[in-house]
Write a protein that binds this ligand. Sequence first.
Ligand SMILES: *Cc1c(COP(=O)(O)O)cnc(C)c1O
Length: 399
Amino acid sequence: MTSQIIQTADKVIAATYKRFPLVLTKGSGCTVWDEHGQAYADFVSGIAVCNLGHAHPGIAKAISRQAETLLHVSNLYYTAPQTELAKRLTDNSFADRVFFCNSGAEANEAAIKLVRRYFHEKGEKGRFKIITMEKSFHGRTMAALSATGQDKIKKGFDPVLQGFEFVPFNDIDALKRKIDASTAAIMLEPIQGEGGVICPDPGYLDAIRKLCNDTGALLVFDEIQTGIGRTGKLFAYQHFGIEPDIMTLAKALGNGLPIGAMLAKEQMMSAFTPGAHASTFGGTPIVTAAASETLRILTEEKIIEHCQEIGAYFKERLLGLKSKHDVIEDVRGMGLLLGMKLKIKGESIVNSCMKKGFLINCVQDDILRFIPPLIISKSEIDALMACLDALFKESGCEV
Ligand SMILES: *Cc1c(COP(=O)(O)O)cnc(C)c1O
């Protein structure tokens, strides 16, 4: 029985998304419910967005309090929530200043504009090239997709923006061969998310930082998926003992409200003078109040520590499955950004999990990705493990 909502949606909404035949109506913690009252354990979190889980009472309160006070006024004026959020972000990161926008793609758009503007202001006008990674994902606006190292994202949108070059992730020699006097920046995700949960080899990010220092190129980290506690630190770069010059955030920053941010050191952000860049909704009070409360809860209530511990447990359990089932090729990731590469396509596993009441997600056809809310419990993980174990057993792929 196809729901009325699905029938109508399929007629009136642009068909850009391949959707599951599921209408979700409410959530609480790590559980969401469909229109028939069926519950699902959510290991997707709106794609690494709802890090504090669904319907978090603290976030709900922050939103409703702000909604009753002031929704929006424009960046012609100062507001307390925007200022408080910027203060929290800069106090807890390498950055001195923040530019607010509304999505990940927009945050990367801002980073790309800042890189170009920075060298323009320095009088190095020919220095605009940005090297990014194969299999990267930086978003869907024209600049962000031009920076993305996946052909399928660009198909049919030629001509893309010029000035981007690509090298394989984890290949420092390829980067050294590609970098030259026209290279303005190296831009990458510290852990590739959409590309298949690919972690940097030991020393790789260090070597990139050194290469940037030696050549004067800026280092831009896209932490849109890895940031906000996802990997067991507030920002993933904090695992590696280095700092970028520019960092982009979005996804979990507002725990479900749409917000993006581009953070930079003073020296770089000073290239953004009045009129250089803008966004009507950027940093609007309602979303920044939610984001501020998200950061407060994450840091003060030890959620990130929990993510570290429970993420290690989760990974151990996934490795346990790997030792039992030949169909699993690799288990990888950090914190609660975990991936399981299969020797078969992942679609049927994802669909079977859904039928059993678990939402998981698959990237690059054969990599199951697990990105639950950071508040996920052991028993919720155990339940998913039992489900996957049975499914792999059924598929007849046991060692
Ligand atoms: C999701 C994502 C983006 C794009 O974010 P949108 O909010 O969808 O524009 C960019 N970079 C990375 C690493 C992402 O995971």
